[in-house]
Design a protein. Structure first.
Length: 160
């Protein structure tokens, strides 16, 4: 217990030292804290406990051979009569067949929808950026349709 008290007193002393500013502003310590600090200072430290083996305490018998430590007798061997071997009849192992794998679900592809969206966007962009409106719209629609179809087939895929 003295070591626990000491551990509890260290933060109290540190707090008292940290809170004390000028001597004019310092408040006197109350009597209970003063008594606790005096008691902690006057307590004696306990010497460290030393290890004493069971042999030194007289609990163990001298060891001649085997494991006779701590006064326990050495284990005695257990003798059993031999068991005659009887034939073991085994049945053949059952044949286990794995269940047929379920057919893989086809991914959902949006090729046609994305080709239409790409063709429409390509036609609008081609018509607005070209001098020849009809020729720009046709080239833009073809390029946008091909690009939209490729994107819809490879990128925009939902896997089940």
């Amino acid at each position: 217990m003295p070591s626990i008290r000491r551990l509890l007193m260290i933060p109290a002393v540190a707090l008292a030292a940290a809170c004390g500013g000028n001597d004019r502003d310092a408040q006197p310590l109350d009597a209970g804290l003063r008594n606790d600090l005096a008691l902690a200072a006057s307590s004696q430290q306990m010497p460290p406990l030393q290890y004493v083996s069971p042999m030194e305490q007289g609990y163990a018998q001298p060891v001649a051979y085997g494991n006779q430590a701590y006064g326990y007798p050495a284990p005695q061997p257990v003798y059993r009569q031999p068991v005659q071997a009887q034939p073991v009849y085994r049945a053949p192992a059952p044949v286990r067949r794995a269940p047929a794998p379920a057919p893989a679900a086809e991914p959902i592809r949006n090729t046609r929808r994305d080709a239409v969206i790409g063709a429409t966007a390509g036609a609008v962009i081609g018509a607005t950026t070209s001098r020849d409106k009809l020729k720009g719209a046709i080239i833009g629609a073809a390029a946008g349709g091909v690009l939209g179809g490729i994107i819809g087939h490879t990128v925009d895929v939902k896997r089940p």
